[in-house]
Design a protein around this ligand. Structure first.
Ligand SMILES: Cc1cc2nc3c(=O)[nH]c(=O)nc-3n(C[C@H](O)[C@H](O)[C@H](O)COP(=O)(O)OP(=O)(O)OC[C@H]3O[C@@H](n4cnc5c(N)ncnc54)[C@H](O)[C@@H]3O)c2cc1C
Length: 386
């Protein structure tokens, strides 16, 4: 079946800018911005932004197809290009009309980016323990604190910062903070072991003042949960893209490697491994698409924001990320052995793919955290099942 045009555009971008450029993309030497700019030239920058703000309005199922192709080329590029979806879905559903118009339309016009600042060192995944505070001062909000990791924060046009209401133990706000607000300091860019073409930063906020209307409507922790649904499904999809690339790399290698006087490609042990990869890739694909369709069905409702608030974190988003992280890791680990000693050098691409794959089971909740969430939200005792 012929692929839709947007997929062919992304495949061409991946062939031109990513595949074969692994050493450069893995070097961390370059800031991510030039790559961001070259992707914008395809006309697909921030492809999910709504048509009412001038965007292309592609849905999450279409996003899965795009991200799988981008991650086939380079997972770091894929991650930095789609992760603003976390921020913009919170803004899209819970910001005032004025804020949405101003920030989402400008993002479309300028092919811009944005970032979410949630994580903190001390709190870890227990976000209810964050210490960044927000206090009201007349018609303004004032934010103070330190955020551990935020992708794209250095060059985003705006940030959504998760903060505790000063003096409260249970009230949290998600506040839109323009990137040029005085008091924002990017402390450093992390030297990550994978996704090295993307940029994740540690950020401090010192007396950052924004208009009180910049607070999104609702409890900040719940809004973040809602935003994470789309990005978790796309993180899972990067695992799928990397896994497809690993499979193809193994096939190429097996044509050149000879074992017991015959090409590895004809060896039964190799065939069993590749058969296992194909099974996992098939289920990962179906899982990502099914989760995306479930998400799209809610997103298409006129009351999508309220419905997402009601359901919070989607079970399919959690399980898809866990499944793709675990299956992807199984594929990466088996494949890295396949390349022998060469696979353990920086000259082989498999090492980069393995390091990139690792993030799927860590970012936006490690598997222990997600298992806990699935258990507490979705495992229903027999006596309570309808
Ligand atoms: C490349 C990258 C990009 C990122 N980008 C962003 C971003 O843009 N914005 C943002 O806000 N954050 C971002 N993060 C942060 C990321 O989401 C967190 O690092 C991730 O969710 C894991 O949380 P943590 O680092 O606090 O570790 P923790 O969750 O504290 O985990 C540390 C250990 O504690 C264990 N643990 C924690 N909770 C439980 C539990 N309930 N049960 C059992 N064990 C548990 C874990 O299993 C693990 O062994 C990014 C991180 C990376 C690596």
């Amino acid at each position: 079946m012929r692929q839709p045009e947007y997929v062919r555009t992304v495949q061409a971008f991946a062939r031109r800018e990513l595949i074969g450029q692994e050493r450069l993309l893995d070097s961390l030497a370059d800031a991510p911005l030039p790559l961001y700019g070259r992707f914008a030239e395809t006309g697909l920058a921030n492809w999910w932004l709504p048509k009412e703000h001038g965007g292309l309005g592609l849905n999450l199922e279409e996003s899965v197809r795009i991200v799988s192709e981008l991650a086939y080329g380079d997972a770091g590029a894929a991650f930095m290009l789609f992760i603003p979806v976390l921020t913009t879905s919170m803004v899209g559903w819970y910001a005032s009309e004025q804020l949405r118009k101003r920030y989402l339309s400008t993002m479309v016009e300028q092919n811009g980016s944005c970032a979410t600042l949630g994580s903190e060192h001390e709190a870890g995944s227990e976000l209810a323990r964050i210490t960044t505070t927000v206090r009201r001062d007349g018609n303004f909000l004032v934010l103070n604190g330190h955020k551990a990791y935020s992708t794209n924060a250095d060059f985003g046009q705006f940030l959504v910062v998760l903060a505790r209401v000063e003096g409260s133990t249970s009230e949290f706000l998600a506040v839109l903070v323009p990137r040029d607000t005085p008091g924002i300091t990017v402390d450093k860019r992390w030297e990550m072991i994978g996704l090295r073409s993307s940029g994740t930063y540690q950020v401090s906020l010192a007396d950052c003042r924004v208009p009180a209307d910049n607070a999104l409507a609702g409890n900040g922790l719940r809004l973040l949960e809602v935003g994470l649904n789309a990005s978790r499904i796309l993180i899972a999809t990067t695992g799928l893209g990397i896994a497809r690339r690993i499979r193809d790399l193994c096939m190429e290698y097996a044509k050149t490697k000879s074992v017991k006087g015959a090409p590895l490609a004809g060896n039964a042990v190799f065939a069993a491994k590749l058969g296992q990869f194909e099974m996992l890739i098939g289920v990962m694909t179906n899982q990502c698409l099914t989760a995306a369709r479930e998400y799209d069905a809610i997103a298409a409702r006129p009351d999508a924001g309220e419905e997402f608030l009601r359901v919070g974190t989607l079970k399919s988003a959690l399980t898809t990320k866990m499944f793709c992280g675990q299956s992807g890791w199984q594929i990466a680990s088996t494949a890295s052995e396949m390349f022998g000693g060469f696979g353990y050098t920086h000259e082989a691409v498999i090492g980069k793919l393995m390091r990139d794959m690792r993030y799927v089971s860590i970012v936006e909740g490690g598997d222990d955290v997600l298992r806990d969430l699935v258990f507490s939200r979705y495992v229903v005792p027999v006596s309570k099942r309808s």
